[in-house]
Design a protein around this ligand. Structure first.
Ligand SMILES: Nc1nc2c(ncn2[C@@H]2O[C@H](COP(=O)(O)OP(=O)(O)OP(=O)(O)O)[C@@H](O)[C@H]2O)c(=O)[nH]1
Ligand SMILES: [Mg+2]
Length: 204
């Protein structure tokens, strides 16, 4: 659920990038942070180990403009992909409004992607939620690798609920902005379905 701050006329939305270890979640956030205009983004926080694997999370806030008189702030997070950080991943899913599942296109990462997707479903279930009912998009990242699985096969493997999907080469900024646009579109559609036309109703 988004957080409403009626006195500040602010809506805060939480978007989480999820996926297997080293599929490119941190790269997405770093690239995205660079393309947001300096005046509309906050500082990026990255908590990683010496080997640059995410230890806790990456985070930055961005201001998107106005929705019916309310300022909209998006809090972008990426989870740590390594299997032993599951409690952190689960915690980051608390009150999530939108999800990006980043799948590594390399054939060798197929099993890791499937495990990550299963893990996402399990962690959402801890909050009585499901991927089916949570606004989400999929990103087919690393389209530049030699053993990239065809997009139509990835759709069959991972896109279980007919969500939007984007091909990407996050390290070259390809598809990063489009993925963010797609997830926010689904989040905002859900918001207007839930709260209708009136910001006052949203605030309640
Ligand atoms: N070839 C290729 N490499 C990429 C792409 N995107 C990211 N990488 C590389 O993949 C490696 C892992 O990227 P990260 O963004 O750190 O991955 P992560 O998902 O945050 O990993 P964890 O935090 O350990 O879960 C880095 O060396 C990136 O430069 C891509 O589109 N193509
Ligand atoms: Mg990372």
């Amino acid at each position: 659920m988004p957080t409403f701050h009626p006195t500040k006329q602010l809506i805060r939305v939480k978007v989480v990038y999820y996926g297997a270890g080293q599929c490119g979640k941190t790269t997405n956030l770093k690239m995205l942070h660079q393309v947001f205009p300096a005046g509309s983004r906050g500082a990026m926080v990255t908590l990683d180990t010496e080997s640059e694997r995410t230890l806790f999370f990456d985070y930055f806030p961005a201001h998107l403009g106005n929705l019916r008189g309310y300022k909209v702030q998006v809090d972008f997070f990426s989870v740590p992909g390594q299997s032993f950080y599951n409690s952190t991943r689960r915690e980051l899913l608390r009150n999530v409004d939108g999800l990006v599942f980043v799948a590594d296109s390399s054939e060798r990462r197929e099993n890791a992607n499937l495990l990550a997707l299963e893990n996402l479903e399990q962690n959402l279930a801890m909050y009585g939620r499901s991927l089916k009912d949570t606004p989400h998009v999929l990103q087919w990242n690393k389209r530049d690798v030699q053993d990239a699985v065809p997009v139509n096969v990835m759709e069959t493997l991972y896109n279980r609920y007919g969500a939007s999907s984007e091909s990407a080469i996050a390290s070259e900024m390809v598809g990063v902005w489009e993925t963010q646009t797609a997830v926010l579109r689904t989040v905002l559609e859900r918001l207007s379905q839930q709260y209708g036309q009136q910001p006052a109703a949203m605030a309640g």
